[in-house]
Design a protein around this ligand. Sequence first.
Ligand SMILES: Cc1ncc(COP(=O)(O)O)c(C=O)c1O
Ligand SMILES: C[C@H](O)[C@H](N)C(=O)O
Length: 362
Amino acid sequence: MPNSVPTTTSSATPVDDPGAPRFLASDNTSGICPEAMEYLVQANQVDDLAYGNDRWTAKASDRFRELFETDCEVFFVFNGTAANSLALASTCQSYHSVICHQLAHIETDECGGPEFFSNGSKLLTVAGDNGRVTPERIATTVTRRGDIHYPRPRAVSLTQATEVGTVYALDELHAIHDVADQHGLRIHMDGARFANACAGLDASPADLTWRAGVDVLCFSGTKNGLGFGEAVIFFDRELAEDFGYRCKQAGQLASKMRFLSAPWLGLLESGAWLSNAQHANAMARRLAAGVEALDGVRLMFPVQANSVFLELAPATQQALRDSHWTFYTFIGEGGARFVCSWNTTPALIDSLIEDLRQALRS
Ligand SMILES: Cc1ncc(COP(=O)(O)O)c(C=O)c1O
Ligand SMILES: C[C@H](O)[C@H](N)C(=O)O
């Protein structure tokens, strides 16, 4: 690494500063991890070609093909909403529909992006325990109507890890693949926290995607230690045809793409893509274990990735806010969501547990 490369690294909230905000609302609040920053700075050392024709983008794409053990097609876009919206638009026509969970981010938090970029493909939402779609609910949604007035289901979207911090086990993915195959559905995977699912399941990226029938994965780098940059990975290469044009038309073709792909290369070549997720998951488990014994706190979902959902009384929530904790209450089925990141420290988690303990006493 050139000596001039600054070894700047982002740190989590300093616990010893009582007035500092405590960032656990989202993994979108963390900074850029050292491995990504190192490669970002390296990519800045010399000029390179634009629009994805640079060496970094080629190397990162090859590393993804090594990681997934298959000749997949790789694209880089700026954020997850664009990744999901454009990937879904590649799986179906405007008169088709996409089956997804009622808590899916594509339904609740993308402001109609998937419908917009597909020119109208309808999202058909289904319920399901712990944020997961089931094969039975998919089959019912497909078969309940067959008339010309019903937008024919053509894809199913799975979020792995889910919006409520659970994961689809391998057998669940295969059962969904079977029913999708039976009904001619393509499978899109919202992998905003895909690395956390790999870590949580101790399963390979290939086993959790194409070997389980996934046609396209939106793999988030933003939540895995990058500043921005999502990889859209097509395992069905036919679906990838013309995807570059979709990106360009949607304003998602980065001219200096090396600054999206080089940090990804840092994650992949160092293995930080997985170790960052393993750490974030471990911090979530630490939080879950720490609150288990507290009266007045209910763990709302199994903690299988890096998110923890707690049912807290309004007064308790306010007490935490008064202590500068940040958390969301609009995700999933309510409750307070705490999300751990690559740089979440044990001290921060222990400080939250202690503040919770104090809040519940008052
Ligand atoms: C499950 C899920 N999917 C997709 C996204 C992508 O969102 P954004 O467009 O904010 O990158 C997010 C955001 O954090 C998310 O939580
Ligand atoms: C909810 C918000 O859109 C973001 N996806 C997050 O999980 O923090």
